[in-house]
Design a protein around this ligand. Structure first.
Ligand code: ADP
Ligand code: ADP
Length: 235
């Protein structure tokens, strides 16, 4: 996995003539292979932080390090390469991470081709689907899958390239307990067994409770850090 850190991260959205400060100086450190929960009220800046870590857009100020790379110093081409190979970003809502007219298997194959890596270095497609428990549905069209199975397909896509980092925005919201537990187990396993660094945004106290470490964001700042059970405590 790759360590993640930010220094003095600031992000301001310009919206209809006024500015919205989404992040106001965030210093975050996540060790390689660690799994953390990112918590905080709606509007706190969680999605902004996660998408900046994923390289979707550039911060207004500050630095972001993923492993040896400083994201704001990369060219667009280098950033694309890092995103395709090293960093999987799961946006909120399973379908935003999937190509709708393809099957789960085809989605995983597509993600692997996009990484432009030697296929010998990539995990076996069947094993990826098996890992998320989707073997039985691997060749079904997405339109026939339940929300839980769609999210599992999105997890399969995220882990298809054996990335160093998985960033997941509310990957368990609106899932039944069984699908939620499978999503959490797969992410915990890749962290523990493959050393993948996992950052998971959640509102769900039951999900926060199983995270080895949590960080709380409020009003664009890190407002509390703790272990399971103390996730809403402000330091
Ligand atoms: P979250 O569950 O993270 O709070 P939101 O509902 O705040 O999600 O945001 C959903 C989408 O809308 C995101 O892509 C976010 O960037 C965008 N968004 C949120 N707030 C605004 C805003 N004030 N103006 C424009 N886009 C926004
Ligand atoms: P969270 O994920 O914690 O709900 P967000 O990162 O979605 O928080 O949003 C942080 C702040 O930035 C909120 O005030 C939100 O309305 C605002 N915001 C998010 N996306 C946009 C956007 N695209 N344009 C303008 N404001 C936005």
């Amino acid at each position: 996995g790759a360590a993640i850190s930010t220094r003095g991260l600031v992000h301001i959205y310009r919206s209809e003539g006024h500015d919205v400060a989404a992040l106001s100086g965030v210093d975050l450190s996540v060790r390689s292979g660690e799994m953390i929960g990112l918590l905080g009220p709606s509007g706190a800046g969680k999605s902004t932080l996660l998408t900046l870590l994923g390289g979707l857009f550039r911060p207004s100020a500050g630095k972001i390090y993923i492993g040896d790379h400083e994201l704001t110093a990369l060219t667009v081409k280098e950033l694309d390469r890092l995103r395709a190979r090293e960093v999987s970003l799961m946006l909120q809502g399973a379908s935003r991470n999937l190509l709708p007219y393809l099957t789960p298997r085809q989605n995983v194959e597509f993600a692997q081709r996009a990484a432009r890596r030697d296929s010998a270095d990539l995990p076996d497609v069947g094993e990826v689907l098996d890992r998320v428990g989707l073997s039985e549905y691997a060749d079904h069209h997405l339109s026939g899958l339940t929300p839980g199975h769609l999210q599992l397909a999105a997890v399969a896509v995220a882990i298809a390239t054996d990335p160093g980092v998985v960033l997941a925005d509310e990957p368990t919201s609106q899932l039944d307990h069984e699908a939620r537990d499978t999503v959490l187990k797969v992410l915990a396993d890749i962290s523990a067994q493959q050393g993948t660094t996992v950052v998971l945004v959640t509102h769900d106290p039951q999900v926060a409770a199983v995270m080895p470490r949590t960080i709380t964001i409020r009003d664009g700042r890190i407002g509390g850090e703790g272990r399971a059970g103390e996730e809403y405590a402000v330091v």
